[in-house]
Design a protein around this ligand. Structure first.
Ligand code: AMP
Length: 184
């Protein structure tokens, strides 16, 4: 079962994806996490991704789709995954469709967590990650609005997208997600 946890940076999708993964027993695949790990391990991919991640830009589509494709082909992902932070561009969304159809899989649901822009900035400032200073945060939100938000229309048209109000504490938002989360 492939679930996409969608939303602007800072809406809580990483937190919710991690909780849902444990409670629903599905693997959590976070591309942002994969990049942060590769950067701290100093791998070749990490060195390429470093500037993009630290400046709040998007890592090139080929690199990101390569990581996701490699992961989804592994046996441990045969039961599916909760995708967090991917796809972020239309090119990535189309690549995902292609790789899933090659694997005989399908997107089950897109969970779109919504949150007001200023609330996002405040939350991210509290998070204190290295790419979370105010200038970079605003840049990441612009990148989201320009390159990622158009995916909402793409996924809306599939009829598989569910909107979740992210403006509440972690357990309340999770309860909202749990209500719509597919059973199989
Ligand atoms: P995240 O943890 O999802 O907020 O991602 C942190 C950073 O990793 C982003 O600001 C991007 O630089 C990079 N990144 C993560 N996922 C993607 C993606 N699907 N496409 C391009 N860049 C990504």
């Amino acid at each position: 079962m492939i679930i996409i946890m969608f939303g602007a940076p800072g809406v809580g999708k990483g937190t919710q994806a991690a909780i849902a993964a444990v409670r629903k027993n599905i693997l959590h695949l976070s591309t942002g996490e994969a990049f942060r790990n590769a950067i701290s391990a100093g791998t070749e991919m990490g060195n390429i991704a470093k500037n993009y991640v630290e400046s709040g830009g998007l890592v090139p589509d080929e690199i990101v789709t390569g990581i996701v494709k490699e992961a989804l082909q592994k046996p441990e992902y045969s039961q599916g995954a909760i995708l967090d932070g991917f796809p972020r561009t239309l090119v990535q969304a189309r690549s995902l469709d292609n790789m899933l159809s090659e694997l005989g899989k399908d997107i089950k649901m897109i969970i779109n967590i919504t949150l007001d822009g200023e609330e996002i900035v405040q939350r991210m400032l509290k998070r204190g990650r290295q790419d979370d200073n105010e200038v970079i945060i605003r840049h990441r939100l612009n990148v989201y609005n320009e390159q990622t938000a158009p995916l909402l229309e793409y996924y809306q048209s599939t009829g598989k997208m569910v909107n979740i109000d992210g403006n509440a504490d972690v357990e309340t938002v999770y309860a909202r997600i749990n209500q719509v989360f597919p059973t199989e």
